[in-house]
Design a protein around this ligand. Structure first.
Ligand SMILES: Cc1ncc(COP(=O)(O)O)c(C=O)c1O
Length: 406
């Protein structure tokens, strides 16, 4: 690289990544093959539209790359291409979610999503996000005592508020999600069920978490968390009108005889609705990552991610730290550091000084602000990629304890 300033910064970031312990729950380390695909000539290509129907010439190779990514995505999640379609063009997770709402929720309609302080994502209807500005959020949270989802309570909210869409899938929820029960929540309102599996899509692919596809109408995901792909997003949608829903009537004389299916609506919503040209280098790298994830070694990796998360949370608990909901079933958990008199910000700064990277996070029913909350969010996807095992997690728990109590 001729640009020495950027070269130096890139080398410094590489060194930083290699030298820290990374417990950021949403990060991972991609393979050299994924990195190689990202840095290819595909970044030069404009490909507005979809395979076989582009607005630019010269896309015969690009079409094959995008088709391959779609084919691998459906295969990885064991989906029948006659029943499900996938859009691999969303630039990331947030645009994927917004594209779904734009397609399926009328202006001013209601999104029932978990509130941010209980573990939801900004794009689940929070007021500072586009999703809360254009639509109304019907917030839900976890049970105060168990800090887990109380599905009956959610059904009551859905019946009362009649949301247009129910969102399940979170940024900081350490427990398995019962998608059958989330379906019942959506059905109580006649709503669509959208599962945002961003955090857990890798665990689902690896068989460590139940699959949502039998119950969801739409499934969105990022591609760069446990799934270990490049940054990006995907939307899976049914080739029908939603579970239990009939085809809406079309106006007399309309060009199209049948109303567009969910998948057709999503395709239109991503392009031309929300985005222009897809990032084809991302999509090429995604194709690589999806093949990597469709393997026995990836299954073993995801198994280890969960084992490590349980080991780290378990040891911290033994050392006297409160873990919300009492533990974890997945790659992530929340530590209530404020219970020991340290704020989330102080705790994350102390750890960073010693080379351990985490993120401060609200805990359910937090009495503090998101800018200096009561908790820390810890995750094991990245360190497991580096080969860490349970015994390393035990040592790490003691290091964290020593640093925070010093
Ligand atoms: C559940 C969930 N959905 C969506 C997103 C948004 O993804 P992105 O940051 O790629 O826009 C995140 C990001 O952390 C997330 O946790």
């Amino acid at each position: 690289m001729k640009d020495t300033r950027v070269k130096k910064l890139l080398a410094a970031e590489k060194k930083r990544q290699q030298s820290v312990v990374n417990l950021v729950a949403s990060e991972n380390y991609v393979s050299d093959d994924v990195l190689e695909a990202l840095g290819t000539e595909t970044t030069n290509k404009y490909a507005e539209g979809y395979s076989g129907a582009r607005y630019y010439g010269g896309n015969e190779i690009i079409d094959q790359i995008e088709d391959l990514a779609c084919e691998r995505a459906l295969k990885l999640f064991k989906l029948n291409p006659k029943k499900w379609g996938v859009n691999v063009q969303p630039h990331s997770g947030s645009p994927a979610n917004i594209a779904v709402y734009s397609a399926l929720v009328p202006k001013g309609g209601k999104i029932m999503g978990m509130s941010l302080d209980h573990g939801g994502h900004l794009t689940h209807g929070h007021g500072v996000s586009f999703s809360g500005k254009f639509w109304e959020q019907i917030p839900y949270g976890v049970d105060k005592k168990t800090e887990k989802l109380d599905y009956d309570a959610l059904i009551k909210i859905a019946k009362k508020e009649k949301p247009d869409i129910v969102v399940a899938g979170f940024s900081a929820y350490p427990r398995k999600i019962n998608f059958k029960k989330m379906r019942a929540v959506a059905d109580a309102a006649g709503a669509y069920l959208m599962v945002d599996m961003a955090h857990i899509s890798g665990l689902i692919a690896g068989g460590q978490h139940p699959s949502p596809f039998n119950y969801a109408d739409i499934v969105t995901t990022t591609t760069h968390k446990v799934l270990r792909g490049p940054r990006g997003g995907m939307i899976f949608a049914r080739h029908d009108y939603g579970i239990g829903k009939k085809a809406p009537k079309v106006k007399k004389g309309a060009k199209q005889k049948m109303a567009p299916t969910l998948f057709q609506q999503i395709q239109k919503s991503v392009f031309p609705g929300m985005q222009g040209g897809p990032h084809m280098n991302q999509i090429a790298a995604l194709a690589v990552a999806l093949k990597e994830a469709d393997s026995v070694s990836f299954n073993k990796y995801t198994q280890q991610v969960v084992k490590n998360s349980k080991a780290l949370a378990g040891e911290l608990k033994k050392l006297g730290w409160r873990i919300t909901s009492g533990g974890t079933d997945n790659h992530v958990f929340l530590m209530d550091v404020w219970k020991e008199g340290i704020t989330g910000k102080e705790a994350s700064t102390k750890l960073e000084k010693e080379g351990i990277i985490v993120n401060m996070n609200t805990i359910p029913f937090d009495t503090r602000s998101p800018f200096n909350p009561s908790g820390l969010r810890l995750g094991t996807a990245a360190e497991t990629t580096r080969g860490k095992k349970e015994k390393d997690m035990i040592t790490l728990a003691h290091r964290i304890n020593d640093i925070l109590r010093a």
